[in-house]
Design a protein. Structure first.
Length: 259
């Protein structure tokens, strides 16, 4: 089907093209043998660079065919001159190729340097951020210590201002118990008092409340009239004629409202 041909086509499973064996006849030099170094994936299929190489090989073959023979001194001089010109041309081409390679290497080197610089900038930014955070923590800790010392000094100054004459004051127990914000009723934890540690001190611990035997003994000691209550229903206030009085109806309404 169309879907199967699209998912499993031959192009994805194709290996290197098959190259059959060949025999070169004596006296013949096929042009394709000049491209024997090119293989599939390494020059084949031919691109722009391979086409330039093929054109240069053809030009060189045409130049070799156009060389004059070495049968006379003039032809020899002409041949040497043509060979020198070809050699200069070859060297110029090689220099051009070297410059191209150098430019490519320079571009790759620039990209590597740029990537290295970006990575270094990221590392520097992370280090700077960590350094800044450490400085901020030290600053906050220092500010907290300064505020704590300031509060401590203010409390000392307030206490010193109360006794600015420097006289010794005796403890006034009546004043302490009269003031509900004093140390007697609300002691501070900074002087060593922690009310949560003595929370069980005020808990009621009694034999009659915490044990089953105590509960049974307490129940036996209570009078029967306390455990079994008797409720007497009020009698309606009827008149001699069988009607409820107005005051009785009012009391019934008030009792219902109260409930």
């Amino acid at each position: 089907t169309l879907g199967t041909q699209t998912d499993y086509r031959d192009g994805e499973a194709q290996t290197d093209p098959y190259s059959p064996e060949y025999i070169v006849r004596s006296g013949s030099v096929p042009e394709i043998l000049t491209l024997a170094t090119l293989t599939w994936g390494r020059g084949l299929p031919a691109g722009q660079a391979e086409m330039e190489i093929i054109d240069r090989i053809r030009e060189k073959h045409a130049w070799e065919a156009a060389l004059p023979p070495t049968d006379s001194p003039s032809n020899v001089a002409k041949r040497l001159k043509m060979m020198e010109a070809m050699e200069r041309k070859e060297w110029a081409y090689r220099e051009e190729e070297i410059e191209k390679l150098q430019k490519l290497k320079m571009e790759v080197f620039k990209k590597l340097l740029q990537r290295r610089e970006e990575n270094q900038n990221k590392l520097d930014a992370v280090r700077l951020k960590n350094h800044w955070q450490n400085h901020q923590k030290a600053k906050d800790e220092k500010m907290r210590k300064i505020q704590h010392d300031c509060a401590l000094m203010l409390r000392k100054l307030i206490a010193k201002r109360k006794n600015w004459m420097g006289k010794l004051e005796r403890r006034d127990i009546i004043k302490e118990y009269n003031d509900f914000s004093s140390q007697t009723y609300a002691p501070l934890s900074r002087i060593g008092f922690f009310p949560d540690s003595n929370s069980d001190y005020y808990a009621v611990k009694n034999f009659y409340l915490n044990t089953f035997a105590g509960l049974c003994e307490l129940e036996e000691s209570v009078q029967l009239s306390v455990s079994q209550m008797k409720i007497k229903t009020p009698k309606p206030k009827f008149t001699k004629t069988g009607y409820i009085r107005k005051s009785g109806r009012l009391e019934a309404v008030l009792a219902e409202v109260h409930q």
